[in-house]
Design a protein around this ligand. Sequence first.
Ligand code: PEP
Ligand code: MG
Length: 589
Amino acid sequence: MSDDNARQEIRFQGAGVSPGVARGTIHVVRDDFDDVARHPIEHSQIANEIGRFETALIQTRMQILEMQQKIAESIGAKDAGIFDAHLLVIEDRTLIDEVLRKLESDLCNVEWVFQEVAAGYSETLSKIDDPYLRERALDIQDVTKRVVRNLQGKAPKPFLAITEPHILIAHNLTPSDTATMDRARVLGIATDFGSRTSHTAIMARSLEIPAIVGLHDVTEKLETGENVLLDGYTGLLIVDPTPETLARYEEMEVWRVQVARDLKQLRDTKSTTRDGHHIVLSANIELPTDVDSVSTHGAEGIGLYRTEFLYLNRGTLPNEEEQYETYRKVAEHVRPDPLIIRTFDLGGDKLAAGTVDLGDEMNPFLGWRAIRFCLENIDIFKTQLRAILRASAVGNVKIMFPMISGLEELRRAMSVLNECKDELRKSGIEFSEAAEAGAMIEVPSAAISADALAREVDFFSIGTNDLIQYTIAVDRGNERIAHLYEPTHPAVLRLLKMIADAAHANNIWVGVCGEMAGDIALTPLLLGFGVDELSASAVLVPRVKRAVQSLALDECKQLVDEILKLETASEILVRCLELANKRYGDLLG
Ligand code: PEP
Ligand code: MG
């Protein structure tokens, strides 16, 4: 590209997290999505907005009462009493009437109206020279957030309603925002925040929407309506691309189409190494609608079904029947291949607004997440387990527990599972007695005690996304420290070896379902550790299959022997890439 051209176009470099190239007009969303956007409504929509408001108030009331009860039980009734003031706010007739009046006069969405009215009240109170009333101002702010969060849990955000095809440029996106996107309208996604293993990135890959994250402040530099080219492979966002750049991308597209065509030929072939070892290659799915992409991309079943995604954008948790129907359909679709259903992994960056209130936590990834949440919400847990067990009667269903940190926690989860089995047996409801149960190994303490865990489950699936974040203490969603997030860190590799060895010593199989499984630079490494299964985003499955078919298990084992003696992540990566390049350099570009 000539200097002249470089001056005409502007380039931003982020991390390419979902493959594909998109071209089009951008829509910039600067607000943090927790902020409340204002959007106009028709007069005919007022009744609907009032209905949403009433539901959110009832939900908020229930959440406060539940919280009060928990606090009363654990700390005492006196401390629980502080929430009485919160209840008074949502029952305040003057405030509610003013919201209803303003809804009529301003004709815009109720979360915005409510926030405006509540902010007015809180400001007035905070100016009064009375400590009691100033406290009430804080109560109002607190409750407002809660009500708005409940409203947002059910209301599609305004930017999600844009009907023209566009490239979305956003400060940040939650996984649930991304889960509702329509590929026909959202041609590409670019965000200031985020990293490769954030759930937003995972969701974009699943939806096959090209995406770039970690662009720092791109939302401050661009305006809605500008024209861009988004390269989800390399992480380049090019504003006003020159004709030369476009021509180069067209050439690359021809090459990519050719590669994709070649990979497609592999669809019905097995993922067996050159020296005859079969590695099960499955796909990760987030939504039941992703199930078609499993066979399209030639995967052998589903190695990780992230069930929580289905429930992030709705007001209520699904009952047993609804869950059973959902799981049954997916199981039927992929049988006789396996479907590994992971129990709810709510928490961390996956918050089910309006469904379950996980509260605000200082360190959500270290907090009330996944199995920790389920073991304290036994009804929710049992409902899901019963539904999964029932689905095991019609397909090759396996159950997997996320975020297990030690043996006692695993035993508690297994005992709830056994209770559910007993109940089903007593009621004469069918399920497969042979359905396997496994643990995700994604917490370092579980990796280190893998030998003990392996004796009590049928399989392990390594969640490298979390295992890396917890081992190196690097938030997987934070682009500022993304350079520290190193899958080839020697400490991570030692843990991987420990897990794989413990599994095999106890005669159980071990898979990898984190993003490492889809990174073909690292396939030699994972094969060398002896993993039996790889489960990757469906779009990445064909590449991984080519990688597996091009490698010999022996050379991978030799590589692992060598790299375990190396001391830095970059040296190890270089060695992996050498072998990967030798065997399938054409795929690495
Ligand atoms: C992981 O942690 O690697 C994993 C597969 O689970 P999730 O990405 O949903 O946390
Ligand atoms: Mg995880």
